[in-house]
Design a protein around this ligand. Structure first.
Ligand code: ADP
Ligand code: MG
Ligand code: MG
Length: 905
């Protein structure tokens, strides 16, 4: 999918779809779960639930295609779309037996956005639409509950003015809080009918004052306004940020759902809630959710009151009353439905429900977001429950999310001062300096600081701050609050609803147990327990449990690509091996050159005037390199190890200031001026295209010869000790022509034979090359004549193919991606169309010469799931990535194999 969607600005208008309004009601649903592309996730699932016989308030969905038309018309619902909407509304009226706008017994609706992918909290929903000064009286009478009617009305005005009329919602909020304070009320539900009537009047006055427009009384005007606002919300900054973060193309658009209202705010036998069919944090098979009695819509997630747990077991610990106890009949209906939904969708569901006078209504279901740990647990459990197959389990898992599991946790042995305990909303252990606004989080992060975002609660406006922060802390809201849901999605640590802490935005302080923490003070969060500690608490590396191992084993069964690691130190090699690396695909020898004990010898070698001096310096390096390789061979214990000979330009190793040069001159006993001019002579205008890689060995063969000898001697040591050794793989970098490789291969073989003869030990070895210059890919057939293997160095290949310096492109690459010129940062995910074409050509040409040529990749792309899918397709043998990405690569490789299989079946 290299066609860019972001800058797509159609010059001709899209065709009018034949059908674009889909009705849903018991026995009459026109959509189903398979129609997410045009109905959005919410609309498709409302239709599907209805067809399953689950109680869903009737309504209809305006398709996502109309979103495209909306923007083509310059932000206006096309006139031709209106009659279909009015007709669908008439069908809803007939179904419910109430009329929209009827002064005696009005039909009220919600207007809900719903894109293909779920975008929690990104889009705006309006409830109770259709109320005005007349219909509210009708509702009061028909429900025999004036308090409820007026409560619904004031909520409607608040939501509508915020979403459609751009009135700053906090102004109305403050008006309401002032009234509650005057009357010494604690809860919204304490307000009387008269209070609410007065409030509605004040709201309308305020709105007129602020917008110069009166609040629309005509229900149809309200409806068109709401539909327009939903389509507009597709392009708000916060929706755009979310889309960019999750790679959701702008062209998808949102659908609009218009649905008859049910009311959770009708009294003590009414409620609203959200639930997960399994625990989204741990994956435990336990129904899990929160609700509020006498409340509506998003009250639960907005943190207006602290919600109560749904099950008795969960409530026991908190001392609150569960739904199971408060409304047992509705609870039992809910249990039946959640089980039905989970079995039907064969996945953990995230559901929204409302209870109106003891009658349960479902308002949403979708596959629930979950932490990586929960995803693994649920996958394993569902395999065992025979709900899904191993293949399905693998295809459902997101390889990148595994990163979360590899995150550190707090050291249980560390000394710590507990400040407070909130909800364990999203796992991980992090510390950082506290900031109170998202803007500040972003700025401090840019200054290189680690921050914890501290908020009373978060809202979609906080997305950028949440991305910038190490972790998120809130004092209000439950496990399904905005902060909790979004943090889990990002794999970020979050402690939510920590009510004992008093956060004061004005003074930028957080107070608890006599401590007063100011902006910039350090705290530590434990997202797995909900605990908050004073100062910095030590963290430890994660331990992986049985489900992780099991999923990895399953992945191994299905993948075709081998997974190796890039490692130059014993520590990295060891880590990678425990993560399942099947060898080292890239050992960068230059990293060894920087060691404190050897850098001066390296420098002596570089500044040597002649071959003899150079060899003298190299002789000092030889034993050290030999030990390096010996240690890696030992750890890898018979697994293949690919060693790349020296690659970077030599100037990288020499001092750059006069002062350092002076010190070095003294240490290695040479003249300062001479040294300085030597260093100066190494200067290059474009070192990445300069004297580096195999070019070093063409001019100074001694360097590679020493390295080959070190490898050979290390191999002899291993064999002499009877240790397991796979044929060492020697890799020559930056080859552009077959002649280079021909010459350097001959040199290396000669040295190999020499050492083998000296030690009287024979062993196999392979000499191969990096393919990292376009010319090498283009001439891979002749290069293959001298190579035992290829490894694509996709970092350099990307730089040289695009003519784009990795070190300098940061300034403009962002614009390239946001304008859709490039689909992604090509250094993060391989440019499949361009660089990928060279990879494919290199593979095809290479194997034309040697059908069994072993081919791998060792750039950053070796750990990127999307690139891995590509490498699988072009037929590589292995990918090599950094140690912590090995599990990700194993899973991604399995998915790639299964996806290809699916495609061909
Ligand atoms: P989001 O995508 O942000 O979850 P929703 O469209 O699901 O937004 O709506 C927000 C809240 O309003 C949800 O809690 C939902 O249950 C409630 N809601 C939406 N439509 C109705 C309705 N017709 N009757 C009662 N509650 C509704
Ligand atoms: Mg919402
Ligand atoms: Mg919802």
């Amino acid at each position: 999918m290299h066609q860019n969607q972001i800058s797509e600005k159609p010059t001709t208008k899209s065709a009018i779809p034949q059908k674009f309004v889909y009705f849903f009601a018991a026995g009459e649903s026109e959509g189903n779960a398979g129609m997410k592309n045009i109905l959005g996730g919410k609309g498709a699932n409302l239709a599907e639930m209805t067809s399953l016989g689950i109680p869903v308030p009737p309504g209809f969905t305006i398709s996502t295609e109309i979103c495209t038309h909306f923007y083509e018309e310059g932000g206006k619902l096309p006139d031709w779309a209106r009659p279909n909407v009015t007709a669908a509304m008439a069908k809803v009226e007939a179904k419910i037996g109430k009329k929209f706008g009827d002064a005696n017994d009005p039909l009220l609706v919600s207007v809900r956005s719903g894109a293909r992918a779920s975008m929690p909290g990104m889009m705006d929903t309006i409830l109770n639409l259709g109320l005005n000064d007349q219909t509210v009286e009708g509702l009061a009478k028909s429900s025999n509950n004036p308090r409820f009617a007026w409560d619904s009305y004031r909520r409607f005005i608040q939501m509508y003015s915020d979403v459609v009329m751009n009135v700053n919602s906090s102004l109305l909020e403050v008006t309401m809080e002032d009234m509650k304070e005057d009357k010494h009320y604690k809860l919204d539900t304490d307000m009387t009918v008269d209070d609410l009537k007065l409030l509605v009047k004040k709201f309308k006055e305020l709105i007129l004052q602020m917008t110069g427009r009166s609040f629309p009384a005509d229900p149809w005007e309200q409806l068109w306004g709401a539909i327009t606002a939903v389509f507009h919300s597709w392009n708000t900054p916060r929706a755009i940020t979310y889309r960019e973060l999750h790679s959701i193309p702008v062209s998808w658009g949102t659908a609009v759902n218009i649905q008859s209202m049910v009311f959770g705010n009708m009294g003590e036998d009414s409620a609203t809630g959200v639930a997960f069919t399994r625990n989204p944090s741990t994956g435990d098979k336990a129904f899990y959710g929160e609700f509020l009695i006498n409340a509506q819509g998003e009250d639960v997630v907005a943190g207006i009151r602290t919600p109560q747990p749904i099950t008795k077991i969960a409530a026991a610990a908190s001392g609150m009353k569960s739904l199971e106890e408060a409304l047992p009949e509705s609870y039992n209906q809910l249990v039946d439905i959640y089980k039905k939904l989970e079995t039907h969708y064969r996945d953990m569901q995230d559901i929204e429900f409302t209870i109106e006078r003891s009658k349960l209504w479902m308002l949403q279901t979708r596959n629930g977001k979950r932490t990586a740990a929960a995803a693994l647990k649920i996958a394993c459990d569902m395999i065992d429950e025979k709900l899904i197959t191993e293949e399905e389990a693998i295809l459902r898992l997101d390889p990148s999310a595994l990163d979360q599991l590899l995150h550190p946790t707090l050291d249980p042995k560390a000394q710590k001062t507990l400040l407070a305990k909130g909800l364990p909303a999203s796992p991980g252990g992090v510390n950082g300096q506290i900031v109170f606004t998202s803007e500040e989080a972003v700025v401090w992060k840019e200054q290189g600081k680690k921050v914890i975002l501290v908020r009373v609660e978060t809202s979609p406006e906080d997305i950028a701050g949440m991305i910038a922060a190490q972790g998120i802390f809130t004092t209000r809201g439950g496990m399904t609050s905005h902060a909790a849901v979004v943090a889990r999605g990002m794999g970020k640590c979050c402690v939510a609803g920590c009510g004992e802490v008093d956060v004061d935005y004005r003074t930028e302080t957080m107070k608890v147990k006599g401590y007063v923490l100011k902006k910039g003070d350090v705290i530590t969060l434990d997202g797995s327990t909900g605990e908050v500690y004073l100062g910095e608490v030590k963290t430890i590396e994660p331990k992986l449990d049985g489900t992780f191992e099991r999923v990895m084993k399953i992945a191994d069964k299905y993948r075709k690509l081998k997974v190796r690691t890039n490692a130059d130190t014993p520590k990295d090699a060891q880590t990678a091996k425990t993560f399942g690396a099947e060898g080292i695909g890239l050992c960068r020898t230059e990293h060894m050159f920087f060691g404190a004990d050897r850098i001066d010898s390296v420098r002596e070698m570089i500044i040597a005037d002649n071959k003899i001096d150079r060899e003298k310096a190299l002789a000092k390096l030889l034993p050290m390199q030999r030990d390096d390789f010996y240690n890696l061979f030992k750890i890898m214990d018979g697994l293949p190890v690919t060693i790349r000979l020296l690659d970077p330009p030599l100037h990288e190793f020499v001092p750059h200031t006069d002062e350092e040069t002076k010190e070095l001159a003294e240490r290695i006993n040479t003249d300062f001026e001479r040294l300085r001019s030597k260093v100066k002579a190494l200067h290059e205008f474009n070192p990445m295209l300069g004297h580096r890689g195999c070019r070093l060995a063409i001019t100074y063969p001694e360097i590679y010869i020493m390295q080959v000898r070190a490898i050979a001697e290390a191999a002899c040591m291993m064999l002499a000790e009877g240790k397991k050794l796979s044929a060492p793989e020697i890799m020559i970098p930056l080859i552009a022509t077959d002649k280079e490789l021909d010459i350097l291969r001959a040199q290396a073989e000669q040295e190999m034979k020499k050492v083998q003869a000296e030690k009287n030990i024979k062993f196999e070895y392979h000499i191969g090359t990096m393919i990292e210059l376009p010319r090498a890919a283009l001439t891979a057939d002749v290069i293959a004549e001298h190579a035992d293997f290829f490894s694509f160095g996709t970092n350099d290949l990307t730089q040289t193919t695009l003519g784009l310096s990795r070190d300098d492109s940061g300034r403009f690459l962002g614009s390239y991606v946001s304008q859709g010129i490039l689909p992604k940062d090509p250094f993060m995910s391989i440019d499949q169309v361009g660089v990928g074409a060279l990879v494919k050509m290199g593979v095809d040409f290479g194997r034309r010469t040697k059908p069994n040529l072993k081919i791998g990749v060792c750039g950053e792309h070796g750990g990127d799931p999307e690139s891995i899918e590509f490498f699988h397709k072009v037929g590589l043998d292995y990918v090599s990535c950094s140690p912590f990405r090995v599990p990700i690569a194993r899973l991604a490789a399995a998915r790639a194999a299964l996806l290809t299989k699916k495609l061909h079946s």
